[in-house]
Each structure stands twice: as structure tokens, then as C-alpha cells.
Design a protein around this ligand. Structure first.
Ligand code: ZN
Length: 246
């Protein structure tokens, strides 16, 4: 089974369309690790695309905040403004879909998915030290996570942790064969708002038979998305950051 794994789409329709076109024929099932909305200008079309895809989906912190959860009060000014805008623009059926999303971690076909970390859906795993702390609370030796918008992840074996490489600036993909007796926290990257200094949309495919994870990067119409964000009256920085990948 080849699983297409998407995370942090953030209402960026151009990025999602580019990823789905690139991933065509490469997968059998679709998983989404949350943050479908928030920041971008197309929350309804992106939510509808995910609903129609029949993906297995867990919620992200922005999906909660954008549907009226009180955690919106803990957001930064920028994220708060975007979440309020999204709440004002979501159609009721999309709002209900997002509200009903389950929290991670969730077991899927021999591994787990979570938005933030295996022990806390809102926790960020940025570093090797932070990954090592997760070791004891991992429900399985493989968990896909999102939230940081950084493609890559960590291998953990006998107290040692290391980072998994993502594609370089001129590469479309990098694959990793998962090793036995090793735990992994793997981030497919962000579809709609990458923050690893590569503005291309990121995603991953995991082949459960060969135990191979492939990270891919895809160019999309960044300038078009920026125009939409500005036309929607969302903060300018949310448009600017897309070109920088940060
Ligand atoms: Zn996010």
C-alpha cells in the first residue's frame, strides 16, 4: 500500500492542486495530518477537495482555531487575524467537517499519524533532542507528524537520533528505506506554507510493503496564491513568506 501523506495545506489551493497532480499514480490511499485551513485564501475549496478525496484526516491546531475553538486566543496576532478571517468565510458544512475531525495520534495500517507529536497534538518537534524525548511515548515505531512545516524528520535507535534529509533545492525527491529496530518521526513537509527555506510545496509517499518513504517537492503558482491572499485582505506577510519558504 502506498500512502500519500499531506500536512499543513493551510487553504493554499494552488499548492494542493500542484501536489495532487504530481502525486497522481504514485499512491493508493490518502492521509492528511491537519491544518487544512488557516493563513491561505481558499479555505472552502481546499476543505471541499479534502472531503471529496475521502482521505483519512486528523485535525491540526488551525483547524480547531478556525472553527471557533477558544485556543484561538493563544495564537500570535498574525495567526489570530487569519483564523478570524477563515471563521468568517467558512461555509457551514465545511465548518462542521473541520470541527468534527478527530485528534491524533491515530493508528493507520501499521503506523500512526499525529499533527504535532505522538503525545500532544499541539507540540512541535523541531530538533533531534525534542525527537529523542518522544521515544518513550511513541505508540508504534513509526509516526508521521506535521505542525513545524519542516520536511524531513528523525530516526531514533538506542539513544541515538539523526535527521532524515529532504530534497535539495534542485532535487524533486529523496527516498529513505526505513531500517529495522529503529523508530521514526517523519514530517512530510507542508503543502501550503513551507518553512524550510524551500518555497516548493512538500509532501511524502510511504510504501508500507517496501518500508520506503519518499519526500517530494513541487513548484506551484506562488505569485497567483500571493495575489489571492492580498485580495482577500489577509495580512501581507502571509503572502510574502510563501516566496521565501519561511
Ligand atoms: Zn500548520
Amino acid at each position: 500500500m502506498r500512502c500519500l501523506i499531506l500536512s499543513d495545506i493551510h487553504a493554499n489551493l494552488y499548492a494542493l492542486e500542484a501536489v495532487m497532480a504530481d502525486a497522481k499514480g504514485r499512491y493508493d490511499s490518502l492521509l492528511c495530518l491537519g491544518d487544512i485551513v488557516g493563513y491561505g485564501a481558499e479555505p472552502n475549496q481546499v476543505t471541499e477537495a479534502i472531503r471529496e478525496s475521502r482521505a483519512v484526516v486528523i485535525r491540526g491546531n488551525h483547524d480547531r482555531a478556525c472553527t471557533g475553538d477558544p485556543t484561538i486566543e493563544s495564537f500570535t496576532e498574525l495567526a489570530y487575524e487569519a483564523a478570524r478571517w477563515t471563521l468568517d468565510h467558512l461555509k457551514s458544512d465545511n465548518l462542521e467537517f473541520l470541527k468534527a475531525l478527530p485528534a491524533g495520534p491515530m493508528a493507520v495500517d501499521g503506523f500512526h499519524i499525529a499533527h504535532g507529536s505522538p503525545r500532544d497534538e499541539d507540540e512541535y518537534v523541531f530538533s533531534r533532542d525534542e525527537a529523542a524525548e518522544q521515544y518513550s511515548s511513541m505508540p508504534h515505531d513509526l509516526c508521521f507528524i506535521g505542525h513545524t512545516h519542516l520536511q524531513g524528520g528523525f530516526g531514533l535507535r538506542r539513544g541515538r537520533t539523526w535527521e532524515l534529509e529532504r530534497p535539495g533545492d534542485h532535487e524533486a525527491e529523496v527516498s529513505h528505506r526505513l531500517e529495522p529496530d529503529t523508530s521514526y518521526l517523519i514530517n512530510p513537509g507542508s503543502v501550503g506554507q513551507p518553512r524550510d527555506l524551500d518555497p516548493r510545496a512538500g509532501y511524502a509517499v510511504y510504501d508500507t510493503d517496501s518500508r520506503q518513504v519518499t519526500f517530494r517537492r513541487v513548484t506551484y503558482k506562488v505569485a497567483m496564491e500571493q495575489r489571492k491572499i492580498i485580495a482577500a485582505g489577509l495580512p501581507m506577510f502571509l503572502a510574502a513568506r510563501l516566496a521565501l519558504g519561511r
